[in-house]
Design a protein around this ligand. Structure first.
Ligand SMILES: [Mg+2]
Length: 108
């Protein structure tokens, strides 16, 4: 199943159960909550981390569908950009080549 199909199924499930599909700020908060749950599971070594990461993906796909974003297209587009990016080490941190952080170091 492709991501765009999954996000439609997530949205249909929200409708089926009467979950929120209109309050975008709430969906961002719920998504953040799922990420926090995944982090807590990881940091406390609970056995539900994978399930919480799945919740993050599900909430992300639901949010994308609510706001009309084809997440599959956008992920593929952004991954192509990221793959072509070049990075340089600045003060022990990788920064995008040509970015403000990179240029500021070159000036100094
Ligand atoms: Mg959860």
């Amino acid at each position: 199943m492709e991501i765009r199909e999954m996000q439609q199924k997530v949205y249909e499930n929200k409708l089926k159960h009467g979950f929120n599909t209109t309050n975008v700020p709430l969906e961002f908060c719920l998504l953040e909550g799922e990420l926090s749950e995944a982090f807590e599971a990881w940091i406390k070594k609970h056995d539900n981390m994978a399930e919480e990461l799945a919740d993050v993906g599900i909430y992300l796909m639901g949010l994308a569908e609510i706001v009309g974003v084809d997440l599959q297209t956008e992920i593929e587009r952004k991954m192509a950009i990221n793959e072509k990016r070049e990075y340089v080490m600045v003060n022990g941190v990788l920064v995008k080549k040509g970015s403000r952080d990179d240029i500021n170091v070159q000036k100094n």
